[in-house]
Design a protein around this ligand. Structure first.
Ligand code: BGC
Length: 736
């Protein structure tokens, strides 16, 4: 079907080209030299009412039809956000089982965020854009920029952590990198989809201030700085109205205030009402699976809220056609940016460069959390017998988890990486625990006997010189998986008990946690070495082994706080009304105090703070200086300090700058991240680090004013290596 249309498109272009040779004017919409807006208006004026209706909703699970008569190609969409997903059958959720739809699996977005490296985010976005283009996709359904509010949320691994500034800085280059391929990025899920539990209906009540300061900045940056071409609405409601056709979020904020000129599309099945969808800014309806009421009717695309029901309302005069025209304009604009852009590059996939980016992001994102008595690095030759224990050393973690599942051409496991690094003769492996295969909506048993696995693990541990336990979460139901949340913060599948037994058998044990979420760590004081790793994709094995062996010096920093226990997290502190909600509604009582903002302000010591991560070298921070003492609102503070690699290994440090306001007229968090920079230093090397911080970024959102407000006051800038480790401060004054 698609290829027929592409051919049709080429034939039309040829016909039109020869027509133009014969002096007949090329239709404006096909003339590349015309301004895009003129081409949009021209195409729109040629479309029939039915063609206009057709172009704004799905024709299959992952495509919309374009306008074949005018040679406007189908739009093809794919998940996202860590690679290009495998193909699906036209009208159901079965994999199509093609043999040419494998991809490079890039590390999950939590890992990308943990790199604190916007240049890598650009390369990451570009790489997926290239693979998407090669696979003939026009829209990639990602990146996800919902804020990490609770460690239970099933999709935190698809997002960029708890801090709005960090996710903003990382999302912009991702979008730009991807879109330079003529492939649209699609920010998701707009907005407030901060938990998976009850996501289809939960109504979120949150203050304007928390909305603006915490939950929207990454979307805003993606729109205004990244120039993103598409945004996906979320399943949940905000202030009583579904987010995919929400007057406040879409009409008022996204389109009017931020000037978004791209396509607002549904999550799969997140539209619920034709009138609201028509009036409240929804442009493209996908995945409704509806015949108006029920679930599961096949090829029901005509019954979509924006299909026949919308057409009927226009024909009867109940809704004006101008509402439809505005949506069509946006879809056409997206086409001119993507599949009608004849100059976009062709793309490529599975190149050595893609492999290199996947590995680099993994290596830079792995976080060293604890390293006593030089537990790490473990250089080859240090031990004769290394026991690798735990299912996550071998489980294929690109599978499962919901829509972000991938079919990587290659996924090198940590065990394979370790064998490659240390030699088969030095590695002994045993599972230790087992989970079943990933499944979207229920937990499948593993079929293996848990007690025998533990017994074997204890034996293997006892006989080894060192034990590396690879555990954590996985992409199974109610783990890191779409559609529901974890039940609690504990490690699943009996891992805590297993770890205790292993430590008893061999105290020389280090832990490598692979997850997209914080877990509780009752055994922490008993281990010397702890690494937080992520779903690392194709190159997880080599990246992990490189960090463990010391070939790569770890430089990742936590993009979220790890609390000691669940109740220490702000969403949970306020009980069920705050999470997961009661009677269909939840109140974000934690308001602006999310993540480290909460821990710092309420003085609740985390297990590991936001921004934390160790290195195999050490860094010495010099004193912070600002270029002046007094600033006006439109200026930037130039902050400088020296940073020295005071250890014996080359390494990178992410320096962070947090701001506190002296005497705010409203409650402000004790600290807010305002700048960061990753600095690479050779042993003994010293650099002057310079950061420019716009004074305007010190403002808070004033609900009375309905706008940002910057108060005349003193502000302290903390130069830090995590949200809790401050090395130097400088105080400045703002006077307007
Ligand atoms: C997810 C989206 C995804 C879509 C298409 C939905 O269930 O929430 O993130 O892009 O499916 O697979």
């Amino acid at each position: 079907m698609k290829h027929t249309l592409v051919t049709l498109f080429s034939v039309m272009l040829l016909t039109l080209t020869s027509r133009s040779l014969a002096q007949e004017p090329l239709p404006v919409y096909l003339d590349d030299s015309q301004p895009v807006e003129a081409r949009i208006e021209d195409a729109l004026s040629r479309m029939t009412l039915k063609e206009k209706i057709a172009i704004i909703h799905a024709q299959s699970k992952f495509s919309a039809p374009g306008c074949p008569r005018l040679g406007i190609p189908e739009l093809w969409l794919s998940d996202g956000p860590h690679g290009v997903r495998m193909e699906f059958v036209w009208d159901d959720w079965n994999h199509a089982d093609w043999t040419n739809d494998s991809c490079t699996a890039y590390p999950a977005l939590t890992c990308l965020a943990a790199t604190f490296n916007p240049d890598l985010a650009f390369r990451y976005g570009n790489a997926i854009g290239q693979e998407a283009r090669y696979r003939k996709k026009d829209i990639i359904l990602g990146p996800g920029v919902n804020i990490y509010r609770t460690p239970l949320s099933g999709r935190n691994f698809e997002y960029m952590g708890e801090d709005p500034y960090l996710s903003s800085r990382m999302v912009v280059p991702y979008v730009k990198g991807m879109q330079q391929n003529g492939v649209a990025a699609c920010l998701k899920h707009f907005a407030l989809n901060n938990q998976e539990k009850n996501r289809d209906n939960i109504n979120v009540e949150v203050s304007d201030r928390a909305l603006r300061e915490i939950y929207l900045p990454a979307f805003k940056a993606g729109v205004q700085e990244g120039g993103v071409w598409a945004i996906m609405g979320s399943y949940n409601k905000f202030r009583g109205q579904y987010c995919s056709h929400n007057e406040i979020l879409i009409n008022q904020i996204l389109k009017k205030e931020w000037g978004f000129d791209g396509v607002m599309l549904t999550d799969w099945g997140s539209a619920h009402d034709t009138d609201e969808a028509a009036r409240n800014g929804l442009d493209l309806e996908m995945g409704s699976w509806t015949n108006g009421l029920t679930w599961g009717v096949s090829s029901a695309y005509d019954n979509y809220y924006l299909a026949q029901p919308f057409l009927k309302k226009i024909e009867s005069g109940e809704l004006p056609e101008s509402l439809l025209d505005e949506k069509v304009r946006r879809v056409l604009r997206l086409c001119f940016r993507t599949n009608m852009n004849r100059n976009r590059p062709y793309g490529c996939k599975l190149t050595p460069e893609h492999t290199e980016i996947a590995r680099r992001v993994a290596e830079e994102g792995i976080v060293l959390l604890k390293n006593e008595n030089h537990f790490f690095p473990i250089a080859p030759g240090r031990y004769q017998k290394i026991a690798v224990i735990g299912e996550n050393a071998v489980k294929r973690l690109s599978e499962g988890g919901g829509s972000s599942e991938l079919k990587p051409q290659k996924e090198i496991s940590p065990l394979e990486g370790m064998i490659e690094k240390y030699g088969r003769e030095h590695i002994v492996f045993t599972l230790g625990y087992a989970s079943g295969a990933p499944n979207y909506s229920n937990e499948l048993p593993s079929g293996l006997d848990a007690d025998s696995l533990v017994r074997e693990a204890v034996k293997v541990a006892r006989e080894a010189d060192v034990v590396l336990f690879f555990g954590g979460l996985n992409k199974n139901f109610q783990q890191d998986c779409e559609g529901d949340d974890r039940r609690n913060m504990d490690l699943p599948f009996g891992q805590n008990e297993l770890i205790e037994r292993i430590i008893e058998a061999n105290p020389n044990t280090g832990i490598i946690l692979i997850s997209g979420n914080a877990v509780s760590m009752p055994w922490l004081s008993q281990v010397d070495g702890l690494i937080q790793s992520w779903y690392l994709g194709s190159q997880g094995g080599p990246a992990t082994a490189n960090v463990i062996s010391g070939e790569v010096n770890p430089s990742g920093k936590l993009p979220f706080t790890i609390p000691v226990k669940l109740e220490d997290n702000s969403a949970h502190y306020f009980g069920e009304e705050s999470y997961p909600g009661v009677n269909g509604t939840q109140y974000y009582k934690d308001d602006i105090l999310v993540g480290y903002r909460w821990h710092d302000t309420r003085n609740i010591k985390p297990q590991f703070p936001f921004g934390y991560g160790l290195s195999y070298t050490t860094f010495r921070y010099g004193k912070a200086h600002t270029d002046k003492k007094n600033y006006t609102a439109d200026e930037s503070v130039k902050l400088t300090f020296t940073l020295k690699n005071s250890g014996a290994k080359a390494g990178a440090e992410t320096v962070q700058v947090y701001m506190s306001q002296k005497k705010p007229s409203v409650l402000r968090p004790v600290k807010e991240l305002k700048a960061f920079k990753k600095v690479y230093l050779q042993p003994g090397e010293e650099q002057v680090v310079e950061l420019e911080i716009p004074v305007q970024s010190f403002a808070f959102y004033d609900e009375g004013l309905g706008d940002w407000k910057l108060e005349n006051d003193k502000y302290t800038l903390h130069v830090a290596s995590s949200s809790r480790k401050i090395h130097s401060t400088a105080t400045i004054e703002v006077n307007n």
